[in-house]
Design a protein around this ligand. Sequence first.
Ligand code: F6P
Length: 564
Amino acid sequence: MTAPTSSSAPVDPTSTDAWGSLEAHNLELNGSLREWFDTDPQRADRFSFDAADLRVDLSKNLVTAETVELLQQLAREVGVQERRDAMFAGTHINTTEDRAVLHTALRRPADATPTLEVDGQSIDEDVQETLQRVYDFADSVRSGEWTGMTGKRIETVVNIGIGGSDLGPVMIYEALMSLAQDGLEARFISNIDPTDAYATTKDLDPETTLVIVASKTFTTQETLTNARLVREWLLTGLRENAGLTVEQEKEAVARHFVAVSTALDKVEAFGIDPKNTFGFWDWVGGRYSVDSAIGTVLATVLGPDVFEELLAGFHAMDEHFRTAPAEQNVPLLMGLLNVWNVNFLEAETHAVLPYSQYLHRFPAYLQQLTMESNGKSVRWDGSLATTETGEVFWGEPGTNGQHAFYQLIHQGTRVVPADFIAFATPNHALVDGEQDVHELFLANFFAQTKALAFGKTADEVRAEGTEGALVAAREFSGDRPTTSIMAPKLTASVLGQLIALYEHITFVQGVVWGINSFDQWGVELGKQLAKDLAGAVAGDDAAITGEDSSTAALIRYYREHREG
Ligand code: F6P
């Protein structure tokens, strides 16, 4: 077999020898997790791996050693390793946008060798220079050297952005907020629903507020609208509170607004001083950009040291993915398992269940990462995908989810593979009398994957004294696949490792399916139609009449019921 190169057309996974073997293997696969654990005392060891600081136990998935071998063969036949190497080397694997895909370059250590080139240009220096500018800015805000227009210290940093310019910063801020500098907080505005800008600013003091407008393209309707709304809020406040004159407004914007973007000309046109603008590059996708200057809000509020630790965590996982042998390569194994679950076990969704309240936005963050990346029906050469592709990712922190949707995962008719994530040491250890509460929490974490894997048989239900029709209702089939991910503690480094883990899992799945995981054309039509509908929504009758009957009726309903 000749390994495919990074520029080849995608290999149709269904045409590989491995695919046929996996289909046959799936039909023949019998036994259960109960049986497999009983007959193989080494199963947990065999299927547990370390990646940087993460311990990942895959043993409660519906696989045998043979399944994993066949999945590895599939990876070889479709060329996962070649495409991984091409990504790290800066090849234009984002074919529809003709771009390199180099978020991994953002977290290389400053002294990494050999230097990395994109299109013949060394990029390491650019990355380090921008990072240094972000850190200098962050330090000046943190030290109180950078003040607002009236000389007051900055107390709130408001990040305005959406999608990749919001979800990563929000998720990480929520996860690490206990590390925020005293007297400094971050807030986030993303939605064009005016409620978001209103509710986020209503109790803020414009004199102590600094705004970061984060937008890769600086064309996003939501972000630019919110930036204008907040600029108006800020200037109005400064006029009222501090007697700002019209002449001083330009200076006020310069003192209270900075930007992060790849479109420096557009930032300047908005009125933000180019020297207060932090750039990044077209080879960083929006949903892969939290480790670029898009993280300025994090470096400012949590501090450059925390941001550095985060980047080091990302890099540790990159190195694992780049260098670990296939049999121990966790992102590769987890990506292949997802393919197994989607394409052979017919899973349509995938739950991510962090047992950490601080990670409550992690599933939302992963939704963009995974679904904007792999929610596609065509392959990177424009041909149709030959298999089902990206599954629906969703989740909530445990134990809250246990009292909401776990019923379906335990006893529903659908297979819902789930990743359980937990940490040995709590961020805040509390006791309830004699009881260490983190231990109660983790007992739930361990109990859930055990219940899902091994279930409860009818005999076991009867042995507890239940009879008749109730037996079936109380039975648990087991054999519901889960992966357990544990780490010593939720630190900035561990969080970076987790994010990079899921980035690379997503990549592996995309390569198997032949998908370009780095474009997002599917978001364009809705954006275009929203612009086209503006006239009709504003009451242009001729425009409403031209619409389909459903859209027209809905707009009329809006026109009739809108107050004010
Ligand atoms: O509409 C989708 C999207 O393009 C995402 O991919 C991106 O993260 C988000 O919008 C925000 O884009 P920008 O950073 O350019 O404002």
